[in-house]
Structure formats: structure tokens, C-alpha cells
Design a protein around this ligand. Structure first.
Ligand SMILES: Cc1cc2nc3c(=O)[nH]c(=O)nc-3n(C[C@H](O)[C@H](O)[C@H](O)COP(=O)(O)OP(=O)(O)OC[C@H]3O[C@@H](n4cnc5c(N)ncnc54)[C@H](O)[C@@H]3O)c2cc1C
Length: 405
């Protein structure tokens, strides 16, 4: 392996990655989501991490090469060119990035290698029945027990809670401070007595998310991220990574083995005889152009995103992706016409169109709703006046709610 700290030219780097991929990546992966559930993926991730391609912008002591953002992109481009996953985690791996930026040395050692290598599964313990868009209103409490914290309360919409080893938890540690100041951020071990996970059924008929109940669950002292009472700051960093990843990610059709050509919008337009319809072509071109534009805008925003700071520009990409996914689903349905009323494996194109129409809500709600992204853009990007918050500066204990605490 090249000396991790020796500066290398862009051309040399590209050659080095290409040669490494040619020697190590021999797989043809049709469905990346499915590949990610296999032992072969774990083996591959280990190779990528050991070769320091997983997080090249990170420090050398944390599996990185201390590279510039641009050089990180060269590596990602080469991985994408051959369809190999694993690189770019220094931009998109929100759990590892949050731990790296705010974790204690003990926590970093305990979780970062496992997260990068796909050995530690994670979930986000943010939303509660009364605190989704307004996360500063969380009521799950964490109390100091001398050796760490004891957690009581409830979370909801927790994706992947059933399989997670740790959850990134936002909990209230001080009820006498205003709502944004009394929060703290923890890595909570999920596989313990006192953590109960109950599955929920989604609109797509899948069941990825859950309710999570805590009854005297424990968090060790070294699992606090950032300072006690400064959880809001850590949360903003973690949310920026999440929104950035959602701004460029789009889930494809549900069926394994879906015909890639038919899944493509232009191929579908050709098949449906709509490719030569001038009005339809306009809509198609506009949607495809939006996707291209969003990719460029996301790349521009990322180039300016300093590690461990949050960027409101990321909200633009997330909002755009949500609109693009709804629009693509609408076009698919229009192209299929009456066929879109059908469902099931015998009607794969209709099944895909319906699934994508329903799944588009994932991006419009998860990680902060479209309305909330619009608020962020208006206040932080356009500089418009802030929304009124009557409870911002009063002790959380005194905030009026429907439910008494
Ligand atoms: C597929 C999926 C996966 C998810 N995974 C997770 C997860 O892993 N972990 C987790 O913690 N959460 C998760 N969530 C929860 C998600 O982050 C919340 O649902 C989301 O933040 C919205 O909060 P809420 O559901 O409480 O809606 P509310 O906050 O009750 O909002 C209801 C409506 O009012 C609007 N609204 C609220 N406040 C304002 C305002 N100030 N201005 C304008 N409009 C407003 C909202 O936009 C929304 O349309 C997931 C959600 C989905 C859909």
C-alpha cells in the first residue's frame, strides 16, 4: 500500500485505485441492497477498510489517508465506475462520522472500526410521539446514576431498531433549561434488558421501523457524545450527514431481478409509446434534468461542507430528491396508464410504479419533512425571519403540553 501520508497527484491516485480495484473487485452485483445483506459484502468491506479506501478524507489513525475532499471524490468515482460499494463513508456514514467528531476515545475505539466494517448495526433514536419535526421537544429522560445514565421513555419510527447494536439517542438530561439546552446525545446499547422494540407496518407493507420503549435502560459514561447538555449541537451534525445522504440516494424498484432497462424512465416511455409525445417528452426531460441538477448541486454543497459542521444547503438536496422521486413515480404511473391499477409479481412494472409512489414519502418525511426543509431553507439559506417559537427560552419543565409529565 502507498504511504498513507505521502502526497500523491490526482492522476497517480486514479491509477492506484484502478489497479487496486482491478486486482480485488471481481463481482457483478445486480442489486446493491441485496448484496449488502450477504457475508461477501462484509468481506469486501473489510478489504476496502484495510486498504484505506473507505474513508480516505479521515485521519490516518482512523483508517483514512488525510486526503482532500477532491481526492476523496476521485476514489469514489473509480469505485462507482466498476459498481463497487464501500468508499465515501467519510461523507455518508452518519454514525461513524458522528462518533469520530464527538465520541470519547473509548467510544471511538469501541464502535468506529465495527461500523466501518459492517459489524456493528445502528439506529437513530430521535423521534417521539410528541417530538418529530420539533426534536427539541423530546421527553425521553436520561438520569445520572453515578456510573453513567439511566434512560426511561419512548421513541417511534425507529428504522432497523430490531437488529441494531447501538442507537444514537437524544434524551433530556436537564428539565430546568430551555428545550434546546437540556438535551444530551448518547450511543445507547440496544441489546440490553430495558429496551423493548415493537415493529410497525409501513405504507409499502414493509416493516423496517419500530416503536422503542426504555425502562431503566443503561448507557455507560463513555457513551456520551459531546458535552452534557449540548446534544442539540451533536444532533445538528448528525442530521446534516443524514440529509446529505438522502439528497443523493434514491431507492430503486423493490423486486430483485427487476429489468434494469424497463426500470429506466426513457425505456419505459419507449415501451409505452409515449416517447414521441411532445408534451410528455417535456415532462420527462424536466424530471431527468432536475435529477442531474440535484447531483451537481449536492456535489457543490459537499465540496463546501467542512467535516463536523452542519450545512443548510444539504436541505436543498433532500427537498429536491423528495420532489424528484414523487415526480418520477407520477410519470411511471402515467406511462403505464390502466396497467398501474395492477399489483404483484405478475405485473412487475405496475408493482414497481406503485411501490415507488408510496416509497417517495420516505424522503418527504424521514430525516425531517419537506415543510421543515423549506423552513430551514427560508431561514438559513434565504435569511428570512425565523418562525416564532414561544417555548424557546423558558425552562422545559414549564413548557405547556397536552400530556402532564
Ligand atoms: C421511512 C421513515 C423512516 C424513519 N426513520 C426514523 C428513524 O430511524 N429514527 C427516528 O428517530 N425517526 C425516524 N423517522 C421519523 C421522522 O424523522 C419523523 O416522522 C419526521 O421528522 C416528522 O415528524 P412527525 O412524524 O412527528 O411529524 P410532525 O412533527 O407531527 O409533523 C406533522 C406535519 O406537520 C408539519 N409541521 C410540523 N411542524 C412544522 C413547522 N414548524 N412548519 C411547517 N410544517 C410543520 C410537518 O411537516 C408534517 O407535515 C422516520 C420516518 C419515516 C417516514
Amino acid at each position: 500500500m502507498a504511504d498513507a501520508l505521502k502526497p500523491v497527484s490526482d492522476d497517480d491516485l486514479r491509477q492506484e485505485v484502478r489497479a487496486w480495484l482491478a486486482a480485488n473487485w471481481h463481482m457483478k452485483v445486480a442489486d446493491l441492497n441485496e448484496f449488502r445483506t450477504t457475508p461477501a459484502y462484509r468481506e469486501w468491506l473489510n478489504k476496502v477498510v484495510d486498504a484505506r479506501w473507505a474513508a480516505p478524507r479521515w485521519p490516518v489513525e482512523w483508517f483514512g489517508r488525510a486526503m482532500s475532499d477532491e481526492q476523496g471524490y476521485i476514489i469514489e468515482q473509480e469505485f462507482n465506475r466498476v459498481g463497487a460499494p464501500g468508499s465515501g463513508m467519510d461523507r455518508t456514514q452518519l454514525y461513524a462520522n458522528t462518533a469520530l467528531a464527538y465520541g470519547t476515545p473509548e467510544l471511538k475505539q469501541a464502535v468506529i472500526p465495527g461500523i466501518l466494517r459492517g459489524e456493528i448495526a445502528m439506529c437513530l433514536l430521535y423521534s417521539e410521539p410528541g417530538a418529530g419535526s420539533d426534536l427539541a421537544a423530546v421527553r425521553t429522560r436520561a438520569e445520572d446514576n453515578g456510573a453513567g445514565w439511566t434512560v426511561n421513555g419512548q421513541k417511534i419510527w425507529t428504522s432497523s431498531a430490531a437488529t441494531a447494536d447501538y442507537g444514537m439517542l437524544v434524551a433530556r438530561t436537564d428539565w430546568d433549561k430551555p428545550k434546546h439546552q437540556g438535551l444530551s446525545f448518547f450511543f445507547l446499547p440496544m441489546k440490553q434488558k430495558g429496551v423493548e422494540v415493537r415493529p410497525l407496518r409501513q405504507i409499502t407493507n414493509e416493516s423496517h421501523f419500530n416503536e422503542v420503549f426504555f425502562t431503566n435502560a443503561k448507557v455507560p459514561r463513555e457513551n456520551l457524545l459531546g458535552k452534557l447538555g449540548e446534544g442539540w449541537k451533536v444532533l445538528q451534525t448528525a442530521l446534516a450527514y443524514e440529509r446529505s445522504a438522502m439528497g443523493e440516494r434514491a431507492r430503486g424498484p423493490r423486486r430483485a431481478g427487476a429489468d434494469a432497462a424497463d426500470s429506466d424512465l426513457i425505456a419505459l416511455a419507449r415501451r409505452s409509446g409515449k416517447l414521441n409525445d411532445p408534451a410528455f417528452r417535456q415532462e420527462l426531460a424536466r424530471t431527468i434534468a432536475y435529477r442531474q441538477l440535484n447531483e451537481l448541486n449536492t456535489a457543490r454543497a459537499k465540496a463546501g461542507l467542512e467535516q463536523s459542521s452542519s450545512s443548510s444547503i444539504m436541505s436543498l438536496g433532500k427537498l429536491a430528491m423528495s420532489r424528484i422521486l414523487h415526480e418520477e413515480a407520477r410519470l411511471r404511473t402515467a406511462m403505464l396508464g390502466a396497467e398501474s391499477m395492477l399489483q404483484g409479481a405478475e405485473h412487475p412494472l405496475a408493482d414497481d410504479a406503485n411501490f415507488l409512489s408510496l416509497n417517495a414519502y420516505f424522503t418527504s418525511i424521514g430525516g425531517g419533512t419537506d415543510q421543515i426543509q423549506r423552513n430551514i431553507i427560508s431561514e438559513r439559506v434565504l435569511g428570512m425571519p425565523k418562525e416564532q417559537e414561544v417555548d424557546r427560552n423558558i425552562p422545559f419543565r414549564s413548557v405547556r403540553t397536552e400530556k402532564a409529565t
